[in-house]
Design a protein around this ligand. Structure first.
Ligand SMILES: Cc1cc2nc3c(=O)[nH]c(=O)nc-3n(C[C@H](O)[C@H](O)[C@H](O)COP(=O)(O)OP(=O)(O)OC[C@H]3O[C@@H](n4cnc5c(N)ncnc54)[C@H](O)[C@@H]3O)c2cc1C
Length: 356
């Protein structure tokens, strides 16, 4: 049997890495800070939307994740005062958290079957407690950004939920009061909405968002909870597979698109590469660079747009003239780490219909 590998974090990338390594004959121990499965999301199950081809992803990582991803049937977006019905394209909803219907449980069951051991309730602050070469897959939690000196931005906001019997649906809202956006989506009878920003979210801004969400989407989300985390968008050089003798996986490794902050695609794929890095670091590094090759250009594009005043007008123009903004859509699409299944940024905007 190959040597024992320690993995910090039982989230998407950590569990994909664990399954891959265990199947190759490694003894694997996953150490998770929370007392139970579901990571940062265990208290409040959540639904996220992400561009993905689940069949292709399943093939890439050798884990059948198709049942966890639900094609979005209707996708609306509000830009300023205008509402559009977009083409859902490759957008899928996926549930996070501890429930049976979520992807965390699917990966956990697969990991247990492969023989992975888990230690829940151990939140590590000092990496000297695990051997060099261990995989660090701690997502948006601040701890390892500090410990390993990884550049970051802070994201914060509020999330709310509501029961629903609606088919998978997603909505986006871009408004002058956030540098990022609000989104709502549903799957498995759960509606989840997140209002977040890399700037501050003040109480009156949240109130304005809640009013807009009620008025535009007829949603009344409850149980609003504050959320904050770090995202690896502090520098154009963020993506890194190795740091200080450790292997990084998931969002901590920079496998997140720096514009819209889609992190699920990159987290799953980078789990496979972190596992590969244990046995074949050169090949893993090569594939990691390829996976994140659009990061830098997307990083600068986002910085440029966050500083110009007409951000909403540009977005509105893009939706109305998708062919004109095709090059930008291509960058946005490629910036979702590993996404190579077409220009989804264009696909969702072509044939957009103004609703109001
Ligand atoms: C609220 C929210 C909404 C999001 N919405 C979307 C979306 O709609 N679409 C999209 O594509 N992406 C979204 N993302 C981003 C995406 O979820 C993440 O990028 C992705 O889950 C990261 O996967 P990961 O494997 O890196 O980490 P995670 O899946 O977050 O797992 C990290 C794990 O490490 C554990 N951990 C952290 N620190 C320690 C420590 N020191 N010791 C032990 N354990 C530790 C955590 O408890 C957690 O279980 C969202 C993220 C959040 C937080």
């Amino acid at each position: 049997m190959a040597g024992k590998v320690h993995i910090l974090g039982a989230g998407l990338s950590g569990m994909v890495a664990a399954i891959t390594l265990a199947r190759k004959g490694h003894e694997v121990l996953v150490i998770e800070g929370e007392k139970r499965l579901g990571g940062m999301h265990h208290d409040m199950p959540s639904v996220h939307t992400t561009p993905i081809d689940p069949a292709w992803m399943s093939e890439q990582v050798g884990i059948d994740v198709r049942s966890a991803f639900h094609p979005i049937e209707s996708f609306v977006t509000v830009v300023g005062n205008r509402m559009y019905e977009l083409n859902p394209g490759p957008m899928h909803a996926v549930e996070r958290g501890a429930r049976k219907s979520g992807i965390d449980k699917l990966l956990y069951d697969e990991a247990c079957e492969a023989g992975v051991q888990f230690e829940f309730g151990t939140f590590l602050k000092d990496l000297r407690e695990i051997p060099p070469g261990s995989i660090i897959a701690t997502g948006l939690d601040p701890s390892m950004y500090d410990y390993l000196g990884i550049p970051f931005e802070i994201t914060r906001g509020f999330a709310g939920t509501q029961k629903t019997d609606r088919a998978p649906w997603a909505a986006g809202l871009m408004a002058p009061y956030t540098k990022d956006y609000f989104y709502a989506n549903c799957a498995n009878n759960l509606m989840y909405g997140l209002f977040f920003s890399r700037g501050y979210v003040k109480a009156k801004t949240l109130e304005a968002c809640i009013r807009d969400v009620k008025e535009k989407f007829d949603l009344e989300l409850h149980n609003w909870e504050y959320f904050t985390g770090r995202v690896p968008t502090g520098s154009a050089k963020n993506p890194r597979l190795f740091q200080d003798g450790y292997v990084l996986a998931g969002t901590l490794s920079g496998a997140m698109d720096p514009g819209a902050l889609f992190g699920i695609h990159g987290a799953i794929l980078s789990g496979r590469l972190a596992a590969m890095a244990v046995d074949d670091p050169d090949r893993a590094l090569e594939e990691f660079k390829e996976m994140n090759k659009c990061y830098r250009i997307s990083y600068y594009l986002r910085r440029f747009f966050s500083h110009i005043p007409g951000r909403l007008a540009v977005m509105d123009f893009n939706i109305r003239h998708p062919l004109f903004s095709y090059p930008m859509a291509a960058i946005t699409s490629g910036a979702v780490p590993g996404y190579r299944k077409g220009i989804w940024g264009y696909e969702i905007m072509k044939n957009a219909r103004r609703v109001s």
